[in-house]
Design a protein around this ligand. Structure first.
Ligand code: SF4
Length: 628
């Protein structure tokens, strides 16, 4: 008897071997779909299952996995995204990154849930996927071109995921670009380049089956309305984009300045979201079916181009001592076109500048002068001169030149633009996040310093609980696949309206959430109710009840699966740490040390069900039904 198909999925995944040109069906059983959903979850499971321990990221047998989620190509807000998963050439740990653009929905409409690519083509190629065929085509005319021109040269009707010169030249933090959006972190673009794969394009018209379409539509309408009316997703993000955070972080003393030597600078206002909106913004841009529209276009040298996100303003701006907004716009455009992560690029240049400042590296870099910096970014993408060292990232540079105590990375991944010395929970999140120093796998800083709650940023109380809760939620969101910015709207609108910076919201939230026992209880509750909209969308698409407890447990499973992959690749508790500067030096007067990680980590391990060495116990793996 033929197996019934699962709603929400196209029930077809592909395994493409670029060495042989063979294309075959990739079997994914329904149990794994139920346990891991899609996106990041299924990508992690497949990476573990399809690669042996210790495989080099550039080995032809390494897999590069593009996975959609059950909600991709539906009308659910913020859901037209894909996740790319592989092993990071920057960190040696799990690599994954989510991305908007048109590729995800077109891949799924071509009838493909997951695309697993292995092998290496003997010359530059691109993959063309339609409902009927998968073709490996010559990409000789595209090789060497920037991400923008590459996409222009490919057929219009297709959704595209491409690399720029950085991916071709194996810059360890090269990314994958779809339209104006980037799968930015951990170097997935370099793994794609190592396979001689310039692009994957897809098109199709298939529809995703939704079991309860009428209720799904009603929910979509009401959540769109909610997101549009919420102070964060309906006002701050549309009006100022993520750039709103420049003034917020500078005001909280957590904006990295000069390679994390300081947490604020009075010139920050010159690169702020407010200035960007007032002087440079041409129009707002957004992902398919997203009511928030958080991107912005700017005019640069007479051409309309994508404006910078907060992370770029922080890392290519303040962290380099650069408060010239037009220069940040240009650096942002070059990074995007080269297909290079602006966080790691900014972190690497900032570190090289401090090495120069301290006489450990001979270069012209300076926190006060920025001539030639655009050329340097292009040199990184092409691995020319000093750019060749910078293309390997901060960790490898510190092994070559010294300065490990101010080499700002975790597990080899350069830190984003939130200094954890002013938000201790975020420090714990950086230390424990499986892909390394990253802010979008929990965004704990939102609850401590950048959102309306202000859960005492310089306290360790309840922070392990908060970090576990957030990491699990975001892992489930990224497996569905929703945009992580959706989680900002989880904080009810009325909390914002109670005077965001004021006493009332602080006292109220402090009283409820600053309590470790309450959060611990919440973590253990199976939450048999539908409370948020994520699990409701899943219920209507699958035609079965998905509870908040099940949804969060999926996130917990995915997070532990990622951890288990890292454990297999040799990572230990000693990698759950922060750079010495952030542990030992405070940026706050009257505070003697940096992030008190040692007081939070043991509690975090216990809450996770890991042993004192940070290893998931057999009991935990069994409870979460993780095969290993
Ligand atoms: S909030 Fe921004 S990044 Fe997220 S889906 Fe919407 S437009 Fe895309």
């Amino acid at each position: 008897m033929e197996k019934p198909l699962m709603a929400g999925y196209m029930n077809r995944s592909l395994d493409v071997d670029l060495s042989s040109g063979r294309v075959s069906e990739l079997p994914i059983d329904d149990e794994d779909r139920t346990l891991y959903l899609g996106g990041k979850g299924i990508g992690t499971r497949l990476l573990y299952d399809h690669t042996p321990a210790g495989l080099d990221p550039y080995d032809p047998e390494m897999v590069l996995i593009f996975s959609t989620g059950p909600l991709t190509a539906t009308r659910a807000p913020q859901s037209n995204r894909f996740v790319v998963t592989t092993k990071s050439p920057l960190t040696g740990a799990i690599a994954n990154s989510t991305c908007g653009g048109s590729f995800a929905s077109k891949l799924k409409k071509a009838g493909v849930d997951v695309l697993l690519i292995r092998g290496r083509a003997d010359h530059p190629v691109y993959l063309e996927i339609t409902e009927d065929d998968v073709l490996v085509k010559d990409a000789g005319h595209l090789w060497g071109k920037g991400a923008e021109e590459t996409q222009e040269l490919l057929p219009k009707a297709f959704g595209k995921a491409v690399i720029g010169p950085a991916g071709e030249n194996l810059v360890r933090y090269a990314c994958i670009v779809s339209d104006e959006r980037l799968a930015g972190r951990t170097g997935c673009g370099a793994v794609m380049g190592s396979k001689n794969l310039k692009a994957v394009i897809a098109t199709g018209r298939r529809k995703v089956e939704i079991m309860d379409d009428a209720t799904f539509s009603k929910l979509q309408t009401s959540i769109n309305k909610y997101l549009r009316s919420h102070p964060m997703t309906g006002d701050v993000l549309p009006r100022l984009g993520t750039a709103n955070l420049v003034n917020v972080t500078a005001g909280r003393n957590i904006l990295p300045v000069n390679n994390f030597q300081r947490g604020t600078d009075r010139r920050a206002v010159n690169i702020s979201g407010e200035k960007l909106a007032a002087e440079e913004m041409e129009k707002r841009t957004g992902c398919i079916n997203c009511p928030i529209v958080c991107g912005r276009s700017v005019k640069l040298k007479g051409k309309i181009t994508k404006g910078p996100e907060f992370e770029t303003l922080g890392l290519m701006g303040a962290n380099l001592g650069n408060f010239d907004l037009k220069l940040v716009l240009e650096l942002n455009q070059i990074c995007d076109d080269m297909g290079m992560d602006s966080i790691s690029t900014g972190g690497s240049i900032g570190f090289a500048t401090e090495l120069t400042q301290r006489g450990l590296l001979s270069s012209d870099l300076s926190f006060d002068r920025h001539e030639g910096i655009c050329d340097l970014v292009r040199d990184i993408a092409h691995r020319r001169g000093l750019g060749d060292d910078l293309a390997d990232g901060v960790k490898r540079m510190s092994e070559k030149y010294g300065g490990k105590e101010y080499a700002i990375h975790v597990k080899g991944l350069e830190l984003p633009s939130y200094d954890p010395r002013g938000c201790y929970g975020q420090g714990l999140e950086y230390a424990t996040t499986n892909r390394g120093g990253c802010h979008v796998q929990g965004s704990t800083m939102f609850f401590e310093a950048t959102g309306p709650l202000s859960i005492d940023p310089l306290s360790v109380r309840a922070k392990p609980q908060l970090v576990v809760m957030q990491q699990n939620l975001v892992a489930a969101v990224s497996s569905s696949v929703f945009c992580v910015f959706a989680t900002y709207a989880v904080v009810p609108a009325f909390v914002y309206r109670l005077n965001p910076q004021g006493l009332v919201s602080r006292i109220m939230v402090q009283a409820v959430l600053n309590s470790g026992p309450i959060l611990t209880m919440a973590l253990k509750t199976k939450a048999p109710f539908k409370v948020l909209w994520f699990e409701k969308f899943l219920s209507y698409i699958f035609g079965r009840r998905v509870t908040l407890g099940e949804f969060i447990e999926i996130g917990e499973r995915v997070f532990n699966m990622e951890r288990q992959y890292n454990v297999r690749e040799g990572f230990t508790a000693s990698d759950d740490t922060l750079p010495a500067r952030l542990l030992n030096e405070s940026t706050f007067s009257g505070v003697e040390r940096g992030v008190p990680l040692d007081t939070m980590l043991p509690r975090y391990y216990r809450l996770r069900g890991w042993d004192p060495d940070g290893m998931p116990t057999e009991k935990t793996l069994k409870r979460l039904q993780i095969r290993h």
